[in-house]
Write a protein that binds this ligand. Structure first.
Ligand code: R5P
Length: 312
């Protein structure tokens, strides 16, 4: 494969810079600007004809991030890049991944279609909301897990007597994998979402009394899922509660709610940059760097090496 070039979208510049550092390359020179009416204007300032291009862009809100990724893909396609990989550390619009009620969209499939239409050749992403979304991409897709980074952090803490808690059915598989690696027990929360920003814990299946709890989820949006689960677990006599979630969306009062909850530490990754407010208001949050994981996957894709062996 021809030369590799990294293009950074504007959603997560710090992560793109770290990935470039890991790969010992410079970020490709790109101008991302706005027309007077707010439309996105992109110009790639280097020749990328025949190049293996990796565009790094998380698609968390605002939707401008997604639109910018589509425009960048189109630019690379029209500039005759040999191959275009969309590196999407956080793949947004993923929670609507099935038609669970009448007259609702499957937005995860819609976004996957948009990427293909724009001209992406491959997708590289991390901790998708549900693993089967991989099948929505009608192109090669590599799905990475933040688990090794999270597990290393937990192991460094030297916490014993752990119970992993899945705060909803969606995270059971991930919970089981963590429990196996940490030789820990597994408990499951039966959660009901009462409104978009409120959840209710109906029951907890498994023993949490006297245990050091590690709550696991793929993302924190309002924080309600983790906070409600933590409060119930605390009532049931847990010894300590740590939470791990890959994608820190942190919207609304998430930081405030976490600060006043029984959760002692929240471990997230830099798939989405934390706002300055969040860093200031939420000292309970620890950010784990995934640049080496993403960078190594990019290196292996470029040189046609196995990506799955990153996780054995
Ligand atoms: C839901 O299915 C997801 O896995 C997360 O549990 C959820 O999106 C987190 O949202 P919030 O922080 O608003 O409870």
């Amino acid at each position: 494969m021809n030369k590799l070039k990294l293009i950074a979208g504007s959603s997560n510049k710090p992560l793109s810079e770290k990935i470039a550092k890991y790969l010992d390359v410079k970020l490709c020179s790109v101008t991302i600007d706005r027309f007077p009416d707010g439309e996105i204007e992109v110009k790639i300032n280097e020749n990328i004809r025949g190049v293996d291009v990796f565009i790094i862009q998380s698609t968390n809100p605002p939707a401008e991030n997604l639109m910018e990724l589509l425009v960048l893909i189109d630019t690379c396609f029209r500039a005759s890049a040999e191959r275009i990989t969309s590196v999407i550390p956080y793949f947004g619009y993923a929670r609507q991944d099935r038609k669970d009620r009448p007259r609702v969209p499957i937005s995860a499939k819609l976004v996957a279609n948009l990427l293909i239409v724009a001209g992406t050749s491959r997708v590289l992403t991390l901790d998708l909301h549900s693993a089967q979304i991989q099948g929505f991409f009608d192109c090669h897709a590599d799905h990475l897990f933040a688990a090794p980074v999270m597990l290393e952090h937990i192991q460094k803490r030297e916490i014993g007597n752990i119970t992993i808690v899945s705060p909803d059915i969606g995270s059971i598989k991930m919970g089981r994998a963590f429990a196996k690696r940490l030789n820990a027990d597994l408990a499951i929360v039966d959660k009901r979402r009462s409104t978009k920003d409120r959840t209710e814990v109906m029951n907890i299946i498994g023993e949490v009394k006297g245990k050091n709890i590690v709550l696991l989820d793929d993302m924190i949006s309002t924080g309600s899922t983790l906070v409600e689960a933590a409060e119930e677990i605390n009532k049931r006599g847990a010894k300590s509660i740590l939470a791990c979630a890959t994608h820190p969306l942190f919207c609304g009062d998430a930081c405030k709610n976490i600060m006043s909850s029984p959760i002692e530490e929240v471990v997230v990754t830099n798939s989405i940059p934390l706002s300055r407010d969040c860093v200031e208001q939420c000292p309970k949050v620890t950010v784990q760097d995934i640049s080496h994981l993403m960078g190594e996957a990019i290196r292996r894709i470029h040189s046609n090496e196995s990506v799955s062996t990153l996780f054995v």
